[in-house]
Design a protein around this ligand. Structure first.
Ligand code: NDP
Length: 253
């Protein structure tokens, strides 16, 4: 198989939360594969630093994904001023750690709002253009916590499981227009979210490592490389999958 089917040359990707961690890893991998990327997030300084690192193929937009009214404008702005969005990566997300009985309605709603409601709104706004062009790749960044039960993450786990439902539903409507929808379910990937979640606790880190078949944490680039594959021509017949990228953690649980 020619290596060029993995190339993203000539493609433009919108990556939410692309200034840090996994989102930055995805942006880096996509730039290396030839794509132009637009990264978003709420902190301009973080985005500026990321763009400086990514080089001339990257731009940014300051955007709070939970600001529903801003979403159509964000997509229109990129489509008219930069060019067509061929790839959407719904990566931005928040974590919330608490026992179910200690999780308030407000916490639950906040997590669902960021991790699911906003993802649907942005997907719908981008798909409007993709469906007209009959071409597009949409990726959700889910989680291992959406595939099976994990304690103390009731809101987060529910939100990530919901992304599977979103993928399933969208595939039934978008596929005839050649718009593919897939998800990646990362395992434990070294990022700020992960380090905060384990509270920099070395003992906890070791306990987690013991649960990973490959005996080590993943890196943002591991998710980036999978994202490149699923967005590329090499995956032209792949839609509706949730791909675990977790060093075997899911089967080792
Ligand atoms: P980070 O905390 O580093 O990244 C989260 C990103 O999302 C930040 O860039 C943040 O930017 C952005 N973000 C959060 N809220 C908003 C918002 N309201 N509007 C716009 N951007 C927002 O964590 P990760 O890189 O680890 O997480 C990325 C994704 O990967 C998440 O969806 C997470 O659930 C998922 N994941 C991570 C795992 C891990 O082990 N690290 C495991 C499984 C899944 P800013 O704060 O500037 O807005």
């Amino acid at each position: 198989m020619a290596l060029s089917v993995y190339s993203l040359e000539g493609k433009r990707a919108l990556i939410t939360g692309g200034g840090t961690g996994i989102g930055l890893g995805i942006a880096q991998a996509m730039v290396e594969a030839g794509a132009k990327v637009v990264i978003t997030g709420r902190r301009e300084a973080v985005l500026q630093e990321a763009v400086a690192q990514l080089g001339s193929h990257a731009t940014y937009r300051v955007n709070d994904i939970t600001d529903k009214k801003a979403i159509p404008g964000l997509v229109e702005d990129i489509e008219s001023n930069e060019g067509p969005i061929d790839i959407l990566v719904n990566n931005a997300g928040i974590h919330h750690k608490a026992m179910a009985q200690d999780t308030s309605d407000e916490d639950f709603e906040r997590v669902l709002q960021t991790n699911v409601v906003s993802v649907f709104a942005l997907t719908r706004a981008c798909a409007k253009y993709m469906l007209q062009r009959k071409q597009g790749a949409i990726l959700m960044i889910g989680s291992m916590a959406g595939l099976f039960g994990v304690d103390k993450v009731v809101a987060y786990g529910t939100s990530k499981t919901a992304l599977t439902g979103l993928v399933n539903s969208l595939v039934t409507e978008y596929s005839t227009s050649n718009v593919r929808v897939n998800a990646i379910a990362p395992g434990w990937i070294e990022s700020n979210m992960f380090l905060n979640a384990i509270n920099k606790d070395e003992k906890r880190k070791q306990q987690i490592t013991n649960r990973i078949a490959m005996d080590c944490f993943g890196q943002p680039s591991d998710i980036g490389n999978a994202a490149v594959f699923l967005s590329s021509e090499a995956a032209r017949y792949i839609t509706g999958v949730v791909l675990p990228v977790d060093g075997g953690a899911t089967v080792n649980f």
